[in-house]
Design a protein. Structure first.
Length: 336
């Protein structure tokens, strides 16, 4: 596979972020998480992965993203890879990852994962990667109104999984025989936290390059349906009617008032309804009608839901084998 081209490049907390979401780009039909984190995020989990040599014109973060697309990262799915140059975003914040080895625990299901690419040398390149990781972590904490006590290590969730007790930082750094991660940051975790705190204290330097507004719409593309734009996420949720979603500035679903949409629910698709291969594509795969079932009941971008043909297919993996495609919720007729 050729070097990837990001769909969007932005600056977030002083870090260049290249967005290349696996929810949009999955040509090899690799297994994907399906649990929503919308409105449930409690923190940021920091990992380390090893430095790799790359060809001219790319960076390790891009190559790790490419390896994930090629199914070479096994069952690891993280939100961000970050190196000394930039970060690559692989998952929307609204979707859980596979990174904490705690199954359906809070690590996987309720935290945003950052893989910081470093080596044991801890040279100037490694320190720059770590600095970018600290900036990105601070920006994410700030975006979700969280403080430094919501910064976690991978090892924290292993210790929670194993039933150990202690303060957040005791669990962050306590020995776990399964894995000590982030391996290259843990030896100076206290200093790393201070760095993240300094970026939090810096205010705008650790915040997104534009003020975060939460927009309430039927879908991101349907600007005319917007009910309002709010600086407070809680106020946006309160204004969100059934069938509407709250979107962040990048069009990611933060919350959906989907009280009438659940996993396995039968829906009557209206005649001549467009079926899409992803949540974001504008190319129609074909047009459908009839009875289908909601694969997971989770709202994706543009108000689309994944559908399948049989109730026993709902939630089964690999996703590509059981999901028929994506349909906008406003094409649902009688809800079963």
């Amino acid at each position: 596979m050729a070097i990837l081209r990001p769909d969007v490049t932005t600056t977030f907390g002083g870090v260049t972020v290249n967005e290349y979401l696996l929810t949009k780009h999955n040509p090899n039909h690799i297994d994907m998480p399906s649990v929503s984190m919308a409105g449930k995020i409690i923190g940021v989990t920091v990992h380390n992965t090893d430095w790799i040599s790359v060809a001219s014109g790319t960076t390790p973060a891009e190559q790790y993203t490419r390896a994930t697309v090629n199914n070479n990262m096994k069952d690891v799915r993280v939100h961000y890879y970050v190196d000394n140059v930039c970060a690559w975003q692989n998952l929307p914040h609204s979707l859980s990852g596979w990174h904490a080895a705690d199954g359906s625990g809070n690590g996987n299901r309720r935290t945003i994962a950052i893989e910081c690419i470093m080596s044991s040398a801890y040279n100037s390149t490694d320190k720059k990667s770590e600095d970018n990781c600290a900036k990105l972590a601070a920006a994410l904490l700030k975006q979700y109104g969280l403080d430094i006590n919501h910064l976690y290590t991978h090892t924290h969730w292993l210790n929670v999984r194993d039933g150990r007790n202690g303060t957040i930082d005791q669990l962050n750094t306590m020995y776990n025989r399964y894995k000590m991660c982030p391996a290259y940051i843990l030896p100076h975790w206290a200093e790393f936290k201070k760095k993240v705190q300094s970026y939090l204290n810096a205010g705008s330097s650790a915040a997104p390059s534009t003020k975060q507004l939460y927009r309430v719409r039927k879908s991101w593309a349907d600007a005319k349906s917007q009910l309002g734009a709010y600086s407070s996420l809680e106020n946006a949720k309160k204004a969100c009617k059934v069938g509407y979603s709250v979107f962040d500035a990048n069009g990611n679903v933060i919350y959906t008032n989907g009280s009438k949409f659940t996993k396995g629910q039968k829906v009557a698709i209206r005649a001549n309804t467009p079926l899409f291969a992803s949540a974001e594509t504008t190319t129609i795969t074909r047009r459908i009608s009839g009875t289908y079932y909601l694969y997971d009941g989770i709202a994706c971008k543009n108000g689309r839901y994944r559908i399948t043909t049989k109730p026993e297919f709902c939630g089964k993996t690999p996703v590509g084998q059981y999901v028929t495609g994506y349909v906008s919720w406003d094409n649902f007729g009688v809800i079963g």
